[in-house]
Design a protein around this ligand. Structure first.
Ligand code: COA
Length: 325
């Protein structure tokens, strides 16, 4: 029994923020951002929308593609670090929105690796026979978690959502493996200090900008390239494949330089590697399902193709998956 992807969907907010728009907010330039990150523009959520709204549309599109009705969904796993509320889970909001009355729903918090953690979790439920159809969603509203006066971080992120619909099938196709890792020793290199139990809401906390994302980009960069490469190799080796067997490498889209360094180390060609970070920036847990949806609609994913995916993010967390399409 394998968990096979039978539907994909995504939602990107209409509002485009270019690097030139950012030049008006912070001391930066289009040239700096493109050279260091490859990002040209990102999407920003509308004032009256939230993470669950984007996740709902992405999920509905995945169900529509698969021809699956809401009542058929057994579980909803939503990867996010920018949910609607501290609790309950944004997955429960999505469940209500789409009318998936037979599903149980929960969020996964693993930052930019969140989608792969969510996929792995849903895959395990399916393989254990605890459900047949699972919605796995990545949805983020990073524009409400970044400090728009901090040029080190605000230029990197964007908003969006993507979803895949998994179905339990007796098939050679589907999720072949998932490898996940964490190392909490690196927590303070990439995190959002407040507001939680460690730093509860306070006026001083707001003044110290605790509710905004903090990152030491240089340090993150080095560990990211090393971890993405190792965990991708592990996925290939565990299944007896090499780089030449990969039809599409769909990594977490954080930064073009991280992607280029990783694909080079993996000896993957440009044609094998899917990149859209230029259009959307880093949408954290949403980058991979958005990219899978785009790659599918561009005709890049064909039945039997091997899809390799890897992610790295706050925690630190990282992981990979190999999927036979
Ligand atoms: C953030 C990142 C793009 C910065 O690029 P970098 O080449 O490492 O640049 P540095 O951090 O060394 O900064 C170089 C200079 O650019 C400046 N700078 C930073 N952001 C800038 C911006 N938006 N515009 C202009 N200058 C900027 C810095 O202040 C620094 O100036 P200084 O030398 O006077 O101190 C890069 O480190 C990165 O991508 N890291 C990984 C981040 C990431 O993807 N995180 C999520 C992982 S899931």
């Amino acid at each position: 029994m394998k968990a096979r992807i039978i539907g994909t969907g995504s939602y990107l907010p209409e509002k485009i923020m270019t690097n030139y728009d950012l030049e008006k907010l912070v001391d930066t330039s289009h040239e700096w951002i493109v050279t260091r990150t490859g990002i040209e523009e990102r999407r920003i959520i509308a004032d009256d929308q939230s993470t669950s709204d984007m996740a709902t549309i992405a999920a509905q599109r995945a169900m529509e593609m698969a021809g699956v009705k809401p009542a058929e969904i057994d579980l909803i796993v939503l990867a996010t670090i920018t949910g609607d509320y501290p609790w309950p889970a944004t997955a429960c909001v999505v469940q209500a929105n789409i009318g998936a009355k037979n599903a149980f729903a929960y969020d996964v918090s693993a930052a930019c690796s969140g989608f792969l953690y969510a996929l792995s979790s849903a895959n395990d439920f399916i393989r254990a026979g605890s459900g047949k159809k699972a919605l796995v969603i990545g949805a983020e509203t990073l524009s409400r978690a970044v400090d728009w006066t901090d040029r080190n971080t605000c230029v990197l992120f964007g908003d969006g959502a993507g979803a895949v619909l998994l179905d339990a099938q007796e098939s050679d196709s589907g999720v072949l493996s998932c490898h996940l890792y964490s190392d909490g020793n690196y927590l303070e290199l990439l995190y959002q200090p407040g507001f939680g139990a460690k730093h509860p809401p306070s006026v001083e906390g707001i003044e110290a900008k605790l509710p905004y994302l903090k990152m030491q980009g240089n340090e993150v960069f080095k560990v990211a390239v090393r971890s993405l490469t190792e965990v991708s190799k592990e996925a290939l080796k565990a299944n007896g494949f090499g780089s030449a067997d990969v039809a599409q490498f769909i990594p977490h889209q954080a930064n073009l330089r991280i992607l280029e360094a990783t694909t080079k180390r993996l000896k993957l060609t440009e044609k094998q590697s899917f990149i859209n970070v230029n259009k959307y920036g880093n949408t954290s847990g949403a980058t991979i399902p958005i990219a899978i949806d785009e790659a599918y609609h561009q005709g890049l994913l064909k039945e039997g193709d091997l899809i390799l995916s890897a992610a790295f993010g706050g925690g630190f967390t990282w992981g990979s998956t190999l999927i036979r399409w």
